[in-house]
Every structure is written in C-alpha cells, then in structure tokens.
Design a protein around this ligand. Structure first.
Ligand code: ARG
Length: 268
C-alpha cells in the first residue's frame, strides 16, 4: 500500500436544493452539522491511514461542491478539468481547476462534458470511462489523448447509478487491477467488456449497490466504504482487503458516498 493524496471539500454549504439524480429530494430536510461531522470522520479515516488530505475552500451557493471527485481527473500530474452536465454545478469546474493549477498540476480545461472521477476511474492498466447520464463519449477520447492511457468506454443504464463511481470501484490492490461492480448498472455489451477485462472482479449485490457501497475508496489494502454495505465488506475481506466502514448518511441524500467526496491527486 502506498500513501495517497486526496482533495476534499468540507460540506459547509451542503444542501439539496435541486434534484439532478433520483437520490435527491429537495423536500427532505438536511442536517448540515451532521454532514460536516460525517465528512470530518471520513477525512480523519484517510489521515489515520497515513494518506494526505488537501482541502479546497467551499463556495456558498454550490451545495454539491463537497463531491470533489467530480471536480477533475488527475493522473501523472496532469489534471483534466470537469465540464458539468447541469448548470447548477457548472461553477465548480473552474474552482477545482484553479486549485489544481495553484497546487502545481498541469491543468487542462475540458471542451467536452465530463464529471471528473465520477465517470473516469483509474486502474493500473486502463482508465474506465462511463457515459449514459453525465459524461459525453467525446470526453473519453479527450481523456485518452491527454493521459496516454487506454480508455475503456462503458455505458450506464440505471439512473440510480448515474456516475461510474456509484456502480464500480477500483480496488487497486492485491489482484493488480481488481475492481468491484454491479453488472446490472451497465448495458449488456458493457457487461461483456467488463467480464473480459476483469474476469475475477467482485460482483456486488443489488442491496450493497443500493446503499452506494460501491462508492468506495481503495488504497490497495484498505477499502473505505459505506457501513451499510455489509455483504460487500465480507466479499472484500475474502479477497484479502480490509474494509473500513464509514457512515455518510447525510451526503447519501444528495446521491453521494465516500468516493464522491474524494478526488485522488496522482502526481507524475
Ligand atoms: N448531487 C450530486 C450530483 O448529482 C452528487 C454527485 C456525487 N458524486 C459522485 N462522484 N458520484 O451531481
């Protein structure tokens, strides 16, 4: 296990004022203090595991900015900016890109709609890229040009799993390129692609996916995931990983979990 560097955004201004995915219901009350406490527990888990956490200043009026994974994709010191599908989140993209430029990353603004690591996940061999709800197929090609890594396009078909990181997690560990995913979240052809590339992947149950158990963060040994995803935790343990449970119930009301809150900063 190597130590990781993550970027996070405190949910100071977290709210559910609009609904851009089926998890969001603006009539359900939000406890911002609880959201901050749960988020702080996640941050402390990372630092407790030896990882570095940087924080970007939250901006009033951007309630989803806590979901840092959507802010960009960062590989080999190169940052590919986001370009959000929905206007409500659009101002987050330049905020993240500015932070990354100031931090010394080689930043590239996006010309195609993409929601960062929400839809672009990195394994040691590939970048797995989703389309269907948020990210445009054209962004996959742009990512391949920029990163020089093979990009595998996958199609999401279930609106509850609107981002790739809600349906698939990269474990980055003992199997070298292991992943866990919910097959039903993908088109039949994409399921065949995943089965060919990852024949020994962990297949998650519908129940574990429905608590966003797949919205997990692995460092090669530990996997930080929803405390509610007990079955997935057991499957991970059987493969030699160490599940680290976290409760992010307040953020789940916006359709986000641990991975959504976490942008990995991969240096050159
Ligand atoms: N409310 C946010 C949206 O729908 C949640 C984003 C969750 N982030 C993620 N990486 N899946 O855009």
């Amino acid at each position: 296990m190597e130590t990781r560097r993550y970027l996070m955004c405190r949910p100071t201004h977290f709210a559910v004022h609009y609904a851009i995915n089926p998890w969001m219901d603006p009539s359900v009350p939000i406890d911002v203090d609880l959201a901050v406490a749960q988020w702080t527990a996640l941050r402390d888990i990372y630092t407790g595991l030896g990882h570095t956490v940087d924080e970007i200043e939250p901006i009033p009026g951007l309630p989803d900015m806590v979901f840092a994974a959507n802010g960009a994709t960062v590989i080999d010191g190169v940052a590919y900016g986001a370009l959000f599908r929905h206007p409500e989140r659009a101002p987050e993209a330049p905020a993240y890109l500015h932070w990354l430029a100031d931090a010394g990353f080689d930043t590239h603004a996006a010309k195609e709609v993409n929601e960062g690591e929400g839809d672009l996940l990195v394994t040691d061999r590939f970048v797995l890229a989703a389309t269907g709800f948020r990210t445009d197929l054209a962004a996959h090609a742009q990512a391949q040009e920029l990163f020089g890594r093979p990009v595998i396009s996958l199609r999401l078909v279930d609106p509850r799993y609107y981002h790739l990181d809600t349906a698939l997690t990269t474990l980055d560990g003992v199997d070298g390129h292991a992943i866990a995913y919910l097959p039903d979240a993908f088109s039949p052809s994409s399921q065949r692609v995943l089965a060919q590339l990852f024949p020994d992947a962990i297949l998650a149950s519908a129940a574990d996916a429905a608590v966003l158990g797949l919205n997990a963060v692995g460092d090669g040994h530990h996997v930080v995931l929803s405390a509610q995803a007990a079955g997935l935790a057991r499957q991970l343990r059987e493969r030699g990983y160490l599940p680290v449970p976290v409760d992010l119930s307040e953020l789940l009301k916006a359709g986000g979990g641990a991975k959504c809150c976490t942008l990995e900063l991969r240096s050159a």
